[in-house]
Design a protein around this ligand. Sequence first.
Ligand code: EPZ
Length: 417
Amino acid sequence: MSKLLITGRQRLSGEVCVQGAKNSALPVLAATLLTKGENVIFNCPSLSDVDASCEILRYLGCEATRSDQTLLIRCDGVARTDIPDSLMRKTRSSIVFLGAVLARTGRARLSFPGGCEIGPRPIDMHLKALRALGADIREQHGVLDCRAPYGLRGAKISLSFPSVGATEDIMIAAALASGTTTISNAAREPEICDLADYLNKCGARIDGAGEGVIYIEGVSSLHGAAHSIIPDRIVAATLMSCAAVTGSELTLRGAVSRHLGAVIPVFEESGCRVTVSEQGIRISAPRRLRSMRLVRTMPYPGFPTDAQAPLTAAACTADGTTVFIENIFENRYRHIAELTRMGASIRTEGKVAVVEGVPALYGASVEATDLRGAAALVTAALCAEGTSAVSGVRYLERGYENFDIVLRSLGADIRKV
Ligand code: EPZ
């Protein structure tokens, strides 16, 4: 089990090119299953979650090969309709393959995706929507057996919550359905728009992505396409947190400021100067942050839940108290206990975390238990006095490409052992 050894209080400087978005690459890879012909996916980050999706595609009979940041995917012959538990459990987001396998083959058998470290992760909205599209879904012994022998048909779907995964699953399933599907109260995340862009390049007819209602006109077949994945806004927010806690000035090349509309003001509230240009985002942090006052996570365009953990780390040494309210997931404060071991003063009560700024954090041995919690511990270790040992690096590698190398290139004293 590898660890990251980080000696804090090193100023960072320079510029970094922001990786492609994990949460766009994963649904796009699932959607390639609908196509016949070659897909060239550019700017695809090298992550264990992406590798897991490629493994599923190969298992189903597709070709998936990587050269640097480009994936070549060809799904001309889909030979299987099941995804084994061993592959399903590698990444929670594999549920988005449900709609893809069902739409392409008329059948899909896969195990219930496990909950994960941040909450039970139910899929009721996925199942209700697929049934509305005409799927017959049986749930037994933890396995979903879905059939649509006569194909899926368009339907009017209204989501009780703007679920990202359910919106993606429905878009993918409806792309080859007969007739029109509308999704009301759809998720509006940039990754939803990126998926729609990719599918439309393949010949789909999707309108309204990024707004509240999405219209999908089913087509009979989809061809392959070339597509470049959008930059990862959560990695950008995490790098901004790393700059903020070390009083640094960084340029994030490729970061899209409009994807960070609810994040940039929080850094400005804490005393950072953020300038936006065509090339990306430049952040310049004060020696000590002011409190961010109140951060409440919401569906996009609100403050993203995935950025909550790195920002709680940044709030630990700010001057003043910051209140976080986590409205999206039930169990997303698991990094707090580890931050407390580093000297943070944080109290949590249900959805609320109250972070009282302390003058300094101290290096400690800490354990990551989820992806964004791992990012929070690395952020905290960068500003702590002394050396920290962060274990659970495998969680970090699910979503951050070569993060230790990136931080070292910016001047951090970090190495993987
Ligand atoms: C996606 O997860 C992201 N993952 C998450 O990023 C992100 O935190 C989340 O969206 C919210 O933005 C990927 O895109 C691969 P949801 P997803 O469906 O689709 C409940 C990361 O760190 N819900 O919008 O699972 C659910 O339990 C990951 O990169 C139901 O109740 O998120 C949660 O409380 C973590 N029933 C809320 O909705 C359902 O059928 C939001 O979930 C589906 C979801």
